[in-house]
Design a protein around this ligand. Structure first.
Ligand code: KIV
Length: 278
């Protein structure tokens, strides 16, 4: 493994997540993208960290997740692994790294596991072709998490970032796809932006855990984009999001204080300075 961190046995595991589902224990997940925040998230003892391709928007400034590359995902995956050596990590397969063919997906997912040291990959969608790809990865020993509902890599086909599965036919399709992904071997399933009742029905129908984001309280676990949960992204206020902190305001206050103190000659003071005589 080319990651420089010695990865210890993670606290989470595929059998453990299935056990948590069976016992009704909620699975707590967050995203992380860099070493410092990964360490903080690990210290909070979440069950799982997702290196989401949302990094395209919240770290790299793209307008969607579509431009994100394998190299960018691997770069951030390695950083998170170094910061969180004891947590079960799932890394998002970026757009076009798994849709071309199952063989291509296997090569890319294998590269992810070998180069970053994460334990699993996540991919979006529930078509027959996606299920075949999931089966190929599982046969190679790569744990796979599915992702249904709002699948951001298909934002243009879906017509925007909007709630999915409100109509009867769409809800039925999501139920069938969730079942198919479980049968293909996924160990868990992200449900994004779907009605809470539908998420509850899907969760009760599966033996694998569902991890919700904008999918109500009846999922088996929850995930949020870290910066949104911390209130670092002040312009982003969707209904499903609870901000557990207001870090944007805190950071602005600290930066303002630094700028004033340097301009006014108040920083650095004698206590921050070295003298010739130690
Ligand atoms: O990319 C991401 O962060 C995700 C979560 C929103 C589930 O897929």
């Amino acid at each position: 493994m080319s990651t420089e961190t010695q990865v210890r046995q993670p606290r989470g595991s595929v059998p453990r997540f299935l056990e948590m589902k069976r016992d009704g224990e909620k699975i707590v997940a967050l995203t992380a993208y860099d070493v410092l925040f990964a360490g903080l998230v690990e210290d909070a003892r979440v069950d799982l960290i997702l290196i989401g391709d949302s990094l395209g928007q919240v770290v790299l400034g793209y307008s969607s997740t579509i431009p994100v590359t394998m190299d960018e995902m691997i770069h951030h995956g390695k950083a998170v692994r170094r910061g969180a050596p004891e947590t079960f990590l799932v890394l998002d397969m970026p757009f076009l790294s798994y849709q071309v063919s199952a063989e291509d997906a296997l090569r890319n997912a294998g590269r992810v596991l070998k180069e970053t040291g994460v334990q699993a990959v996540k991919l979006e969608g529930g078509t027959a072709a996606t299920c075949k790809t999931v089966e190929t990865l599982i046969r190679a020993g790569i744990p796979v998490m599915g992702h249904l509902g709002l699948t951001p890599q298909s934002v243009h086909a879906l017509g925007g970032y909007r709630v999915q599965g409100r109509e009867k036919v769409a809800a039925e399709r999501l139920r069938a796809q969730a079942q198919a992904l479980e049968e293909a071997g996924c160990f868990g399933l992200v449900l994004e932006l779907i009605p809470a009742e539908l998420a509850g029905e899907i969760s009760r129908s599966l033996t694998i855990p569902t991890i919700g984001i904008g999918a109500g309280p009846e999922c088996d676990g929850q995930v949020l984009v870290l910066y949104d949960a911390l209130g670092l992204n002040p312009g982003f206020r969707p209904k499903f999001l609870k901000r557990f902190g207001e870090l944007d305001a805190e950071v602005r206050k600290a930066l303002g204080a630094y700028v004033s103190e340097v301009r006014e000659g108040r920083y650095p003071g004698p206590e921050h300075s070295f003298s010739r005589d130690p």
